[in-house]
Design a protein around this ligand. Structure first.
Ligand SMILES: [Zn+2]
Ligand SMILES: [Zn+2]
Length: 275
């Protein structure tokens, strides 16, 4: 039997949640992507506010996964806040394995920090799941015979990791919160996506906005297309939208992106892709 891989976008927005009338169609939740195989392996990319809805949806499944591997590009709030509202963490039969970009703070310190009672009512001692918090290993992560993940560092304030996920023979590349060097593209990001089935890439800005936002740590959708072409990826997902970008503006980006790379899709909250 051919294993199917489902990729679902629970949050496609960058920086902070943006639920407004003019963001209803593309959604306001911040970055969270579910990768699920048809035999229920679950890998989660980033823990933005979209992860709260993923947890809620898992509770309504007849046969939900009993464990997850969450891979974190970096610990900025828009990639982290969903941890606080992820319901499976209250289930004693659930195992949550988190792997984040190496930081000056230990992963346990970071998660305890956001649960400090000054900021949040619930702390670690009230979560009942089996929770393992780790740095992403330098040499890569082998989850089992069918799932392995590699990382490489790219430019962002305090740095962020790109990931290359191999799952049942398919390759998913993920590069978000990525600022390319001025007038060139980061070679690591291109290599990370080399010949992948799908590339999910930061597309926060238009190219004409890049000079104004130098140092904020993001790409333009045009740069994402260049990376897709140079890496020979099959499908490109434009991701991590600016929180002020409206639905109509994202429609326009979709139209223009398709002219340059026919298999480019602007990520929408709730969108599913089957590989
Ligand atoms: Zn971000
Ligand atoms: Zn960031």
């Amino acid at each position: 039997m051919n294993m199917e891989i489902k990729i679902k976008f629970w949050g496609a927005r960058g920086s902070f949640p943006s639920p407004r009338e003019d963001t209803v169609r593309y959604g306001g939740h911040t970055s969270c992507v579910e990768i699920r195989s048809s035999d229920n392996d679950l890998v989660i990319l980033d823990m933005g506010t979209g992860m709260i809805d993923l947890g809620r949806s898992m509770a309504s499944e007849s046969n939900p996964p009993t464990s997850a591997h969450a891979i974190i590009s970096h610990y900025h709030w828009d990639h982290l806040f969903g941890f606080l509202g992820f319901n499976p963490l209250y289930n004693p039969d659930f195992t949550f394995n988190m792997y984040g970009k190496e930081d000056k703070m230990e992963p346990q310190e970071i998660i305890q920090y956001i649960q400090n009672h000054t900021f949040w009512p619930v702390d670690m001692s009230m979560l009942e799941a089996n929770i393992n918090l780790n740095d992403f290993p330098d040499h890569g992560l082998v989850i089992d015979d069918n799932i392995s993940i590699q990382s490489s560092l790219h430019g962002h304030p305090n740095g962020a990791n790109s990931y290359r996920i191999n799952m049942h023979g398919k390759t998913i590349a993920y590069s978000t919160d990525c600022e390319h060097p001025v007038d060139k593209l980061n070679k690591n990001v291109i290599e990370n996506a080399r010949n992948s089935d799908i590339l999910i890439h930061d597309a926060q800005y238009h190219s004409h906005e890049l000079s104004k936002f130098r140092g904020w740590g993001h790409s333009s959708w045009e740069q994402a297309i260049e990376v897709a072409k140079l890496s020979n990826t099959k499908k490109l997902i434009l991701f991590h939208h600016d929180p002020f970008r409206t639905d109509d503006e994202l429609d326009e980006i979709q139209e223009n992106a398709k002219k340059l790379f026919p298999d480019a899709i602007v990520a929408k909250q709730g969108m599913e892709i089957i590989l």
